[in-house]
Design a protein around this ligand. Structure first.
Ligand SMILES: *Cc1c(COP(=O)(O)O)cnc(C)c1O
Length: 419
């Protein structure tokens, strides 16, 4: 057996005890609290091994077989495997596995298909869109004319009529679908038809739900979209990073936009981690996981409704639920803080047409990717809903401490990262 030089925690402890302690405490935090942040997950030890490897040392500007540096023969194999696995898993013509993050991938998408000042149509931020979909404080909002569509006020589902009307009126170069807090499925066929009608590029930012697509639990945007960008660390359960899939005709534009357009050298340890994660996603085990994530999210949303909260969009068809918690009498900010004190980690989130400011909100967003990876099921989701409800209802530290003990007992039954 060749010797593999992997992460050496003893060396870190000797050299830098302060940072070593951070790593230990963070592991304990992840093991003992309830992780309900919809964009987080527990990646596998195999992915962590790839990320903590000497591939981190290698400069590999360019693409496999066409690098600007020597010595790339080994990392080329990793990137080639990641590309082939991505194409095969998603049935895509072309994959670029180099973006450092979801936001970086989106910078490349804008660069490949638009020029500063062009019009782009995307989901409005208060209705669930992402910063990179036109926020005034983001490059997208500063450099582009971003028009937005939202959800209908009656059912809180995407208003496709408004989307089409806006598309006809504003003639966008590109129409973006995909969001950070939209619990329902998106009708990609309908959006394709609108893109064809107005001659726009169809861009799907699948950051949140691509893992469910990989696990064949929800329909794929890949057959419809010109370009699909996403993160690899959410439901997909891979390393922190981004990726872009395109039709063959856009392959060169996207590759040039990523490098040299937006980035220098790729993070090859992360690229190897993406390859590992994509192989995991192709297993029947992952397909079962993806279905379970949705079953759990539905159960959690339903159980929170039993506790008097209201699921936005009439419930969830994905891995996350957006709960309108006005009936509890507290804001999203206060609920977030109280749950945090009780060892339940989730986030405040604006609901459509929220009367509160974005920093306060009337809602919370909960997701099930991490707890499902731990092996929790519908029974646990009901328990979690009750714990959340009790934590939100109390402003008493002793009550939160008692709930935290129950959270520790629950998470101890579903251990992660055991030595
Ligand atoms: C998470 C997310 C991103 C950004 O990903 P980062 O890796 O944090 O940059 C982009 N778009 C959407 C829709 C997201 O949910």
């Amino acid at each position: 057996m060749p010797t593999f030089y992997g992460p050496d925690f003893d060396a870190l402890t000797r050299q830098d005890p302060e940072i070593a302690q951070v790593l230990l405490s963070e592991l304990k935090r992840q093991q003992t609290n309830l992780q309900l942040i919809a964009s987080e997950n527990f990646t596998s030890p195999a992915v962590l091994a790839a990320m903590g490897s000497t591939l981190s040392n290698k400069y590999a500007e360019g693409y496999p077989g066409k690098r600007y540096y020597g010595g790339c023969e080994e990392v080329d194999k990793a990137e080639f495997l990641a590309i082939e696995r991505a194409k095969s898993l998603f049935g895509a013509d072309h994959a670029n596995v180099q973006p450092h993050s979801g936001a970086s991938a989106n910078v490349a998408v804008y660069q490949a298909f638009t020029k500063p000042g062009d019009t782009v149509l995307a989901m409005s931020l208060p209705h669930g869109g992402h910063l990179t979909h036109g926020s005034a404080v983001n490059f997208s909002g500063k450099w582009f004319n971003v028009e937005s569509y939202g959800v209908r006020s009656d059912n809180e589902l995407i208003d496709y009529d408004e989307l089409r009307d806006k598309a006809i009126a504003t003639k966008p170069k590109m129409i973006c679908s995909g969001a950070t807090a939209y619990p329902s499925l998106i009708d990609f066929e309908k959006i394709r038809a609108i893109c064809d009608e107005v001659g726009a590029i169809m861009w799907v930012d699948a950051a949140h739900f691509i893992g469910l697509v990989a696990g064949k639990a929800i329909p794929s945007p890949v057959p419809y979209a010109d370009v699909v960008s996403f993160t690899t660390h959410k439901v997909l359960r891979g390393p922190r990073g981004g990726m872009i899939l395109t039709k063959a005709e856009h392959a060169t534009a996207i590759d040039k936009a990523v490098f040299p357009g937006m980035q220098g050298g790729p993070i090859m340890s992360a690229v190897a981690g993406k390859a590992v994660a994509l192989a995991e996603c192709a297993t029947l085990e992952f397909q079962k996981y993806a279905k379970d994530v949705i079953v759990n999210a539905k159960a959690l949303a339903a159980a929170l409704e039993v506790e008097g909260m209201r699921a936005v969009s009439g419930g969830t068809q994905t891995h996350l639920a957006l709960m309108d918690i006005r009936s509890t009498g507290v804001t999203g900010k206060v609920a977030d803080e109280r749950c945090g004190a009780a060892g339940i980690v989730m986030n405040k989130n604006s609901i459509p047409n929220d009367p509160q400011k974005p920093g306060i909100t009337s809602g919370v967003r909960v997701g099930t990717p991490a707890t499902t990876t731990q092996g929790m099921g519908v029974l646990e989701m009901k328990v979690i809903a009750q714990l959340i409800s009790r934590a939100i209802a109390s402003d008493d530290a002793a009550t939160h401490s008692a709930i935290r003990n129950e959270v520790h007992a629950l998470t101890a039954r579903f251990p992660i990262y055991q030595a």
